[in-house]
Unconditional design. Sequence first.
Length: 303
Amino acid sequence: MRAPLQFVLDFFTGGDPVLPATTQPSSPTSPAFPVSSQAPPASEVVRSAAPQVEGLGFTHPAANRHAQLQGVTVSFRFERSRRKSIGFMVGADGLVVRAPSWVTLREVDAAVQEKGVWIVAKLQQFKEQQTEQFQKAIEWRHGAEVPYLGRMVQLCVLERGLGRVHGQDIPAEQVLPVTVPPGATVTQVRDAAQVWLKKQAKVLFEQRLNHFAPLLGVRWQKISLSSANTRWGSARADGHIRLNWRLIHLPISQIDYVVVHELAHLREMNHGPRFWETVGEVLPDYAQRRKALRQAPSGLAQD
């Protein structure tokens, strides 16, 4: 008789405790996606069509399996291993699920569903921690340094009605100008600065979309700025592209990678080999750009 399954859940955030193992129910719930009832060999890579969603979602860059958990799309990396239990690990890239070869895919999907609350909570917690670290690094006061297109610019505050400008002697290309009421709070300064950053982002994103779309032989129809805490961008088959405005903090090489990534989805609405071939047509070094993006302080994911 086969030993009962155990779930091992690890959360790589430095110090977060490992949850105790539990036992799989004898009647697993239905899997999120149709799967075979037979366990594949250890070398097999299990793939299912990646859903294209907007808003909240979590995607591992090497995802090969997907589930709907708590109303959220979670695309995770599934691997076979010699371990004796099903393991769940949440890290900077997202969720990795490992299982021994004798565990069927149906049982894996059931385990993912059972631990859905924990998985989504930890994924969200990890992304929020990464984003908070990035935002807290900026002091939203005059003279503060703000990352802009991969370099630092100085926040210069104009107090409305008083004609007082902080940092007037700084070259224009090194300035992030904001106008606020006299005695404005840090929050007001931050909000004003983000309005300026979003305007710059919208203009730049449109320019880059217009540059790369003809090279890929696609046409985008609409651009929207996103403030999602979990992803850099998304694309819909109707040509609607969403890009996170916080990309404006990053170097243009990483911005271009996200733009090309989303435009490539207008040809291939998946992350299969032909998708990456499409990206590589215009960005042969996309792997290096993707790696740099994954190491960006905000910790967001690509769809």
